[in-house]
Design a protein around this ligand. Structure first.
Ligand SMILES: Cc1cc2nc3c(=O)[nH]c(=O)nc-3n(C[C@H](O)[C@H](O)[C@H](O)COP(=O)(O)O)c2cc1C
Length: 230
């Protein structure tokens, strides 16, 4: 399986350790990126990606290696430590660049057959909201199946994590890896995704944006084609 890990920090701390442990257990080719090291541009709010074409984004070329790796992957792992109850600024900045791919605009077909994991660690609290930050994007990209792995570790680095916590992490990564391996090749999006898709389809039929509408027409989604059936 092709796995891409996108780390919301540039150091190899607890969160990165868990992401790598999970990828090891899933097994396959792993491509890894670190933010902000590998991408650090802030969205400038020009709206060109949403209103016209994502290639008009001033950061399109710099983001391309990560975009291509995500598009090629079977499994996307987004991993971020909790910074003040949410993902790191670098992860948020990265996610901002994919607004044009949200279901309401121009979702990418291959996402519906992918699996993803949202991983976050905190010292004591905030991993739920940070996991949700990343899971929101994964859902609105149309990703077929998303798992969440949030942990409070009572530590600031992997060396400080207790043996008991490490054991709990080990159990959770094993369980998620088993699920991912068993779902390989037959991932289907949830009913929630399908319903949301149908709701957006009605809006696109009415024509909320010409660019988005022509994309949906070209994909055949305003007819009988569905991205999870291709
Ligand atoms: C700027 C900053 C903000 C943080 N905010 C929180 C927080 O809101 N809640 C919390 O429990 N831990 C917080 N922490 C601690 C980290 O989330 C925690 O130590 C995490 O496990 C670090 O992961 P890492 O080793 O992958 O960097 C914060 C740390 C930093 C540097």
């Amino acid at each position: 399986m092709k796995i891409v890990i996108i780390n919301g920090q540039s150091h190899t701390g607890t969160t990165c350790h868990i992401a790598r442990q999970l990828a090891d257990k899933i097994g396959g080719d792993v491509t890894e990126f670190f933010l902000p090291r590998d991408f650090h541009d802030y969205c400038v709010g020009c709206m060109q990606c949403i209103l016209k074409d994502e290639k008009r984004c001033p950061h399109y070329e710099r983001l391309r290696p990560i975009t291509e790796a995500m598009d090629a992957a079977d499994v996307i792992i987004l991993a971020s430590p909790v910074y003040v109850y949410h993902v790191t600024g670098a992860m948020k900045t990265f996610l901002d660049h994919y607004g044009y791919r949200w279901l309401i605009h121009r979702p990418v077909e291959s996402m519906f057959g992918k699996q993803a994991v949202s991983i976050s660690t905190s010292a004591a609290a905030g991993e739920k909201s940070a996991c949700r930050d990343m899971a929101d994007s994964l859902f609105f990209w149309g990703v077929g199946k998303t798992y969440r792995l949030g942990m409070h570790v009572f530590a600031h680095n992997w060396a400080g994590v207790s043996g008991k916590r490490k054991q709990a992490i080990d159990q959770r990564t094993t369980r998620i890896a088993e699920k991912i391996r068993s779902r390989r090749g037959h991932v289907k999006p949830s009913l929630k995704t399908k319903l949301y898709f149908c709701f957006v389809r009605l809006l696109q039929k009415k024509g909320i944006s010409e660019v988005d509408k022509s994309y949906w027409i070209q994909k055949g989604w305003l007819g009988s084609a569905r991205p999870w059936k291709s």
